[in-house]
Design a protein around this ligand. Sequence first.
Ligand SMILES: [Zn+2]
Length: 264
Amino acid sequence: MLTPIAGSVWVRESEFLQSNTTIVRGPRGLLLIDPGITETELAALAEELRELGPVVAAFSTHPDWDHALWHPALGDAPRFATAAGARVLGDFLALPDWREVIVDFLPPEHLDEIPLETLAGLAALPEGATSLPWDGPALRLIEHCGHAEGHAAVLIEHAGVLVAGDMLSDTLIPFLDGGAADPVGDYLEGLRRIEEVADAVRTVIPGHGSVGTDVRARIALDRAYLEALRDGRDPADDPRLAPSAPHADWLPDVHAAQLGNLRG
Ligand SMILES: [Zn+2]
């Protein structure tokens, strides 16, 4: 189901981890950001988009599997990613055993429904690109590390909508890039860059979680979590880690692992 968010912007939520797909309409068609997860959902999305127009471009906010899938029914529009994002995913897919490696990260309940073969085919934007090349509303890219190399949030300027990628979630704590030298520092820098445009943001769409109007509160919550992690403290009052939170059965384990990794 498509939910209208603002002028020419819609969102569609996947069953897996409340993943959000964003749709932006331009004069000649649609741009999709992080298309979705399962084969069935992606086909349903293609069907629902028929009345809005053809898909003319797409963007993956970062090179994780759940943000770079596709379906033939969506057509063959260029699927952009940052230069680093396209390189990281391309390098991964060049591993002879990538399918075995990725299985550990996939939700078992959707295992047979994830069209992994569609991960290939991202088109790299020029290094340091700050906008998306299409003829629709201006889309500003805010690229930064922290969650993943080549991660970029997208500011849909005319609508005051920020598509945050895997940051600013109301249900997930920041997930750090375990391979980076200073993932907490990178993540804090990413939040700082997002904060620079916060005055222009009325609506925030996280990669996973609820759409909100509280961008500054979400920045503060992510920052408080990271500062606690950096200082080796438990972020005691983070609502995402509360016993009643939606992912209380596994998210505290992710937090404990991140704390352990940083303590080395
Ligand atoms: Zn994700």
